[in-house]
Design a protein around this ligand. Structure first.
Ligand code: IMP
Ligand code: MG
Length: 187
């Protein structure tokens, strides 16, 4: 059956498909297996960063065969719709004490890395046993980010992307594929 409910077919801001729903699903299964192996015998605390990572964490944890726990944090970085300022504020903190815990942070995309650097600093002060990061997306040509992100889903070009949790001004999170964003032409 044709299944294209969330293609946003008539929206000029929604560009080409970069990563399909099927590719996302397959990669998440691989990541889940890898994480389950790396944390075998443990019970990691999987922390999703609201709101973008909700879709990813929800699919990912169901591919990790471990007695894990899930918690969430919400942060806001001041800036425009498509650019972060690096000034991060915690809007919702964790409910669970992370001291002595194996913590795995789940991000939708690490772009400049500023949000992640701030989160890492803040969470390391609480003395977890370990703190690793899994991001669905990182930018091409940012190998410096690889030291920060242990598990990477896909690499994408520097242009803004949307779908599967990623938004532009809160829209497009419900797109099933990851697509490029076509900003309106001004003038
Ligand atoms: P960073 O601090 O520059 O690494 O920005 C990280 C955050 O910016 C992500 O968690 C996203 O919410 C947002 N972001 C960065 N790039 C994109 C994009 O291409 N599409 C949608 N959101 C993005
Ligand atoms: Mg966002």
């Amino acid at each position: 059956m044709d299944n294209d409910l969330t293609t946003f077919a008539d929206d000029p801001s929604v560009g080409e498909v970069l990563i399909t729903q099927v590719e996302i699903e397959a990669r998440i299964a691989e990541l889940g297996t890898q994480i389950a192996n790396d944390y075998a015998g443990g019970s990691p605390l999987i922390v999703g960063i609201l709101k973008g990572a909700v879709f990813f964490i929800s699919d990912l944890v169901r591919q990790i065969d471990l007695p894990l726990e899930v918690d969430f944090m919400a942060v806001s970085s001041y800036g425009s719709a498509t650019r972060t300022s690096g000034v991060v504020r915690i809007l919702k903190d964790l409910d669970i004490d992370i001291s002595g815990r194996e913590v795995l942070l789940i991000e939708d995309i690490v772009d400049s890395g500023l949000t992640l650097s701030y989160l890492r600093k803040t969470l390391m002060a609480r003395q977890p046993a370990s703190l690793e990061v899994c991001s669905l997306l990182v930018r091409d040509e940012r190998e410096d980010i690889d030291d920060l992100v242990r598990y990477i889903g896909f690499r994408v070009p520097p242009d803004f992307v949307l779908g599967y949790g990623l938004d532009v001004d809160q829209r497009y999170r419900n797109l099933r594929d990851i697509r490029s964003y076509r900003p309106p032409v001004s003038g």
